[in-house]
Design a protein around this ligand. Sequence first.
Ligand code: TXA
Ligand code: MG
Length: 354
Amino acid sequence: METKIVLMDEQSINEKILADAGDIIRSGGLVAFPTETVYGLGGDALNEKSSERIYRAKGRPSDNPLIVHICRREDMKAIVKEVPETAWKLAEVFWPGPLTMILHKSEKIPYTTTGGLDTVAVRMPRHKVALAFIEAAGGYIAAPSANTSGKPSPTLAKYVEEDMSGRIEMLIDGGEVGIGLESTIVDLTEEIPMILRPGYITKAMLEEVLGEVKVDRTILSDTTDKAPKAPGMKYRHYAPKGNLTIIAGTQEDVVKEINRRAERMREGGEKVGIIGTDATISLYIGDSIKSAGKREDEESIARALYRILREFDDEGVTAIYSEAFDDTAKSGGIGQAIMNRLLKAAGHHIEHIW
Ligand code: TXA
Ligand code: MG
């Protein structure tokens, strides 16, 4: 199959392309599209066959459920058994936007889409191309991130092309995404709402609307005694090909330690990549040194992280060292989401030097 690549960003919504994309989805095909978080790999959420094709295209285990994307808040009524008050409140404040809610599913949603679960993940994205595409395609789009299972999520169309070319009918190239990390997932099926995946919408922001919110304790630690509730969080994810180690400590110590290890690895024939920040990259010695952005501007780091991991893959980097980032909940930042993804990419290999 040849993948048709078309250009459409938020400023150039094109009805003809949307109609073509809608036709593809209605006939059971797949279309990758930009959202404000990462690129999605879309299929008809109400069609079992489409969901099966999504799992196959990604090489994803079929027990790892898909998020259903909608383009109007009220559309969640059709796919959810009963919409709780908490969901309406969150939708009012955060939709369209990078928040996914877990709710009890209605019969309309096939079990293939939910990986066999009785709950369904629902999100209304903010990206104009995503919204127009979902509408043109019938209103219910199942879409995981558009990467091969286990790889970093794509923040640029070229990475979708790399992973999905020949496996999907169409790729809508909308340029670089805005946020760069996947949506926050909050489970509303328990008495107290629980964050299953941290993202741009933080615990503090959710608590302002809902009161107490818990965080799945498997998110930042490497506990093996309890499986995470979002099945996808149990897989080693976001992983670059090179072996990634995170070094935490004071800036001066971290720079020294990373340089020491990088030198040793290079002597051993490894190609070393280093992730620093604008303030530190001039201090490193390695084969490929990249800045994730500014520490004061966590959004810059979120946007750069997956791109950097992909670039190291393209450059054939075999050993990667990264500075750690602040994951305390201070100032309602998205540091927790950044460290959650970085830790998974590193297989939880972090060393603290104090
Ligand atoms: O930002 C995003 O959410 C992106 C864009 C494309 O919208 N999508 C995305 O999808 O990240 P995916 O499939 O890569 O991640 C979905 C996560 C997985 O970890 C999955 O296990 C979890 O959501 N999930 C889906 N349905 C669930 C459910 N019913 N209960 C618990 N976790 C669920
Ligand atoms: Mg994903």
